[in-house]
Write a protein that binds this ligand. Structure first.
Ligand SMILES: Cc1ncc(COP(=O)(O)O)c(C=O)c1O
Length: 486
């Protein structure tokens, strides 16, 4: 018997581990057939020129795992196992979609290519390089050092109390959210909040109104929970329910980004907010208010939240630290109506478990010690400049008719295009040049999608924005000259 190296990797591990692996592989491949007798440990050790204890350790493991049977007085035999049929075409790629559930397939279809990108136009990526890493690391070190054992165990309290208190003060003051600390549930980001709401408050086949165009992340959660997203057109004042057919059935949930519609960037005025609240109350629907980046307003103060207008009404407020701090932190929160607080806390603890208590307590101090508001003020200034930089780079195209969104807030601009064909051509051109472009049409559910590009600017340096923006302006002008019919 020769000790063959494992097929793909160089041999690793101790001698007994390698002997175990080789014997196991031969058994699984059928080279050592079921019921065949194995040589005695003494003979095997002599044949291989290794110690008998080494052989015994390998055999013991094979016996313990059931690959080999010890028959008293007779020795060791290969066990009879229902081994899987070897693949008819070794090395042929497995069609992953064969394994997908219908739910999983729907989720995969909604996963955008931009996720993870930090290139010039990646939407929703903050200025990671400007995050005050030193202050943050210092707080993390302090809290890691001071943490009680509770921070390392299972918890079901909805989040660290000091963080909920600090956040509550901040939300009341800066977003006019009407809440007490116990109404806050700390989540691992907005995404987890949408998922919990969809699973806990709606049944499969219930409908959920979503803005069209709208945020793919929320729609993916609704789809995965089996809900039916109903696209509601967006106009200059945000979600426009009147545009639906008058006999449309009322939804169970209504998902909106009223302070800064994603991706169009418009703000819902108070009259429409009140009408939406009235509609929800009247039809027993619940509103999900996604307030993901409204800290970054450049011309006016942040708009007051819909939740604050509701006076304890049917609004679940979803917030995230992904934009104001950084997405990898994976911390967000829900502000829940009083009656739902306990249900959400219990469901979250069961479904997702709570965690990141050290980060949560560090974040509480980050807010209380003023780093948070200083960082937001700095980023507001920085993003305003980065947006100006992108506008300047795109100016030659704008002079020739390229339409850009107003950009009074947020971390991206929308450039309107003439046709879906032009959108595709520019995306393809960008791909060849290493510039990733996000299509506006990809944010729609309705077939008559508006063509355009969603151009993030917050996460790139002014140099890169100028370079990529200049490239885009030239590409748009060139495309228009050569494809005048769109
Ligand atoms: C509209 C909108 N809501 C919420 C989020 C934040 O999601 P999370 O907190 O899961 O990172 C994003 C991120 O891109 C977003 O664009």
């Amino acid at each position: 018997m020769r000790l063959a190296p494992p097929a793909a990797e160089p041999p690793s591990g101790s001698l007994s581990q390698r002997l175990y692996a080789a014997l196991r592989e031969w058994i699984q491949q059928g080279s050592l057939p079921a019921a065949s007798a194995l040589p005695s440990s003494r003979r095997l050790a002599a044949d291989l020129g290794i110690g008998r204890n080494t052989v015994l350790a390998a055999m013991d493991r094979l016996v313990a795992e059931g690959f080999v049977e010890a028959r008293p007085g007779a020795g060791l035999f290969v066990a009879s196992l229902a081994l899987p049929e070897p693949s008819p075409l070794p090395g042929a790629p497995i069609q992953a979609s064969r394994w997908h559930s219908r739910r999983g397939q729907r989720l995969l279809e909604s996963c955008g290519e931009m996720e993870g990108s930090r290139d010039a136009f990646a939407p929703g990526v903050p200025a990671l390089d400007l995050f005050p890493r030193e202050a943050w690391q210092r707080l993390l070190r302090r809290h890691r050092h001071q943490a009680s054992l509770d921070a390392f165990g299972y918890a079901a309290s909805g989040g660290h109390h000091a963080l909920k208190t600090a956040l509550c003060d901040y939300l009341r003051l800066s977003r006019s959210v009407n809440c007490q600390p116990h109404q806050i549930l700390i989540t691992q980001g907005a995404q987890q909040g949408f998922e919990l709401i969809a699973r806990l408050l709606a049944d499969p086949d219930d409908s959920v109104w979503v803005e069209d165009p709208g945020y793919a992340g929320a729609k993916a959660c609704f789809n995965m929970a089996g809900l039916t997203p109903v696209p509601v057109p967006v106009d200059a004042q945000g979600m426009q329910p009147e545009a639906l057919a008058p006999d449309s059935p009322p939804p169970r949930l209504i998902y909106v980004t009223p302070s800064h519609q994603y991706p169009c960037g418009v703000t819902m005025p108070v009259a429409r907010r009140l009408a939406l609240l009235d509609f929800a109350r009247h039809h027993g629907a619940l509103i999900i208010e996604d307030d993901y980046d409204s800290e970054f307003r450049y011309t006016t103060a942040p708009v007051a939240s819909l939740q604050g207008l509701a006076g304890g009404g049917p609004v679940l407020y979803v917030g995230t630290f992904s934009k104001v701090l950084y997405p990898g932190l994976r911390l967000g929160y829900l502000v829940l109506p009083e009656a739902l607080v306990d249900d959400f806390r219990r469901a979250n603890a069961r479904l997702h478990r709570e965690g990141q208590y050290v980060s949560q307590s560090a974040l509480a101090d980050f807010i209380v010690e003023g780093h948070f508001s200083r960082h937001i003020a700095r980023m507001r200034h920085c993003y305003r400049q980065r947006q100006a930089c992108l506008r300047e780079a795109l100016a030659p195209a704008v002079e020739q008719g390229l339409e850009l969104s107003a950009g009074q807030a947020g971390m991206h601009l929308v450039a309107r295009l003439a046709s879906r064909a032009q959108e595709q051509r520019l995306i393809e051109r960008g791909r060849r040049e290493g510039v990733t472009l996000s299509p506006l049409s990809g944010h729609y559910l309705a077939p008559d999608a508006m063509p355009g590009l969603v151009l993030g600017y917050a996460g790139s340096t002014p140099e890169r924005i100028a370079e990529a923006g200049g490239w885009l302006a030239r590409a748009w002008i060139d495309d228009r000259q050569h494809q005048p019919a769109g």
